[in-house]
Design a protein around this ligand. Structure first.
Ligand code: FAD
Ligand code: DHB
Length: 375
């Protein structure tokens, strides 16, 4: 097979890139190691910046601390911008459906995927499927295969600089067919740890509580989860929480990670393949979307005769990436219980939250970062 761009990984980054390249008339294949059913069922992100899509609009969210709740009015603070809550599961499914409807090539269940010759003008991607070896010859490879993918791992270690922070806690997430406790998101700081109330629809909720790294989801009964969530919310909210059986329960670790640069010859890294942020602040999928927007634009310019975009891809992405890494790190630090800072740390967080909700300047800075910095 020969294509202009081989996209490794069919998560949101790979699928969105596929769609943008199709719109630009550039021919691409998506090579994904999992089955179509598996990719469709994966539950992750919820919040999308306005720049990611204009579709459950949220004009604000609440910050809970010290027993009460304070609204951050995103629209008012940012001059009309907002975010929307739309599950990543749906985003991926919509993109997969659009790709199938346009008759575009996707290879699922591609095993032993390997990247070759991306330091030459003739790169290729090899994989095996059903015991048969395949080679895709291409002009460029887009590494959209997430944090554990093969793309970043294919770059010689000496060409890569990495930056990392691992947080000493995780998020225990529960999905349930119950009405959301609030029509807007609630981010809660509590001496027992962070909690987040989100939603997927008028009848489906997504909740998270900070948990310890050695917790196991199966050790948390539904009742234990609901009790812990209620304790961390302001009483008037806790009293209206509707609980029910969980339909999914899992633990996600929290990490900040950046690999630089994001381009090696004819290989481009995009999304979680290049960087990870802790989920507080909802930046991960949105960064994946901004990377692939830059990449699609750069590749379109390349085929029209200019290599300026591909030459500046890494620097352009990283400028935005580091600002989101900073914001996610800051919001995580503000909202979570840290094992080593004790009651002093809790008081400092409450003082900063009090400042944040009462200062126009501080609220504006939070809102501006939350809705997404300019592309
Ligand atoms: P991935 O989603 O990891 O996709 C990579 C794809 O590549 C996968 O399909 C994988 O199977 C495939 N792959 C891997 N290895 C190979 C290989 N060797 N060959 C071929 N294919 C391969 N982000 C937000 O913006 N907003 C949120 O509200 C938000 N909430 C989150 C909540 C939680 C609990 C978590 C864990 C994350 C959240 N995120 C959020 C982050 C978001 O989920 C990720 O940033 C996003 O999934 C990144 O997309 P991606 O396509 O780069 O990578
Ligand atoms: C969700 C996830 C986040 O990380 C966040 O900040 C807000 C919402 C969610 O899964 O709905």
């Amino acid at each position: 097979m020969r294509v202009q761009v081989a996209i490794v990984g069919g998560g949101p980054a790979g699928h969105l890139l596929g769609q943008l390249l199709y719109q630009a008339g550039i021919d691409a294949v998506v090579i994904e190691q999992r089955s179509q059913a598996y990719v469709q069922a994966r539950i992750r992100a919820g919040v999308l910046e306005q720049g990611t899509t204009d579709l459950l609009d949220e004009g604000g969210f609440a910050l809970g601390f010290g027993g009460s709740s304070h609204r951050i009015d995103l629209q008012h603070l940012t001059g009309g911008k907002q975010v929307m809550v739309y599950g990543q599961t749906e985003v991926t499914k919509d993109l997969m459906d659009a790709r199938a409807a346009a008759g575009l090539a996707t290879v699922y269940e591609a095993h032993e995927v390997s990247l070759h010759d991306f330091d030459t003008p003739h790169p290729s991607v090899r994989y095996s499927r059903g015991g048969v070896e395949h080679t895709v010859h291409c002009d460029f490879i887009a590494g959209c295969d997430g944090y554990h993918g093969v793309s970043r791992a294919s770059v010689p270690a000496a060409s890569l600089q990495t930056f990392e922070r691992i947080y000493p806690f995780g998020w225990l997430g529960v999905l349930s067919d119950t009405p959301p406790v609030s029509h807007e998101l609630v981010y809660a700081n509590h001496a027992r740890g962070f909690a987040l109330c989100s939603m997927r629809s008028a009848t489906r909720s997504r909740y998270y509580v900070q948990c310890s790294l050695d917790d196991k989801a199966e050790h948390w009964s539904d009742d234990a989860f609901w009790d812990e969530l209620r304790r961390r919310l302001a009483p008037e909210l806790a009293d209206t929480l509707v609980t029910g059986p969980s339909i999914e329960k899992s633990i996600a670790p929290l990490r900040s990670f950046v690999a630089e640069p994001m381009r090696f010859g004819r290989l481009f890294l995009a999304g979680d393949a290049a960087h990870i942020v802790p989920p507080t602040g909802a930046k991960g999928l949105n960064l994946a979307a901004s990377d692939v927007r830059y990449l699609a634009r750069a590749l379109a310019a390349f085929y029209q005769g200019s290599s300026h975009g591909i030459d500046h891809y890494s620097a352009t992405c990283l400028a935005r990436v580091w600002k989101a890494v900073r914001f996610s790190w800051w919001f995580t630090s503000l909202m979570h219980k840290f094992p080593d800072t004790g009651a002093f740390g809790q008081k400092i967080q409450e003082a900063e939250l009090d400042y944040l909700v009462n200062s126009q300047a501080a609220s504006t800075s939070l809102a501006e970062n939350y809705v997404g910095l300019p592309l």
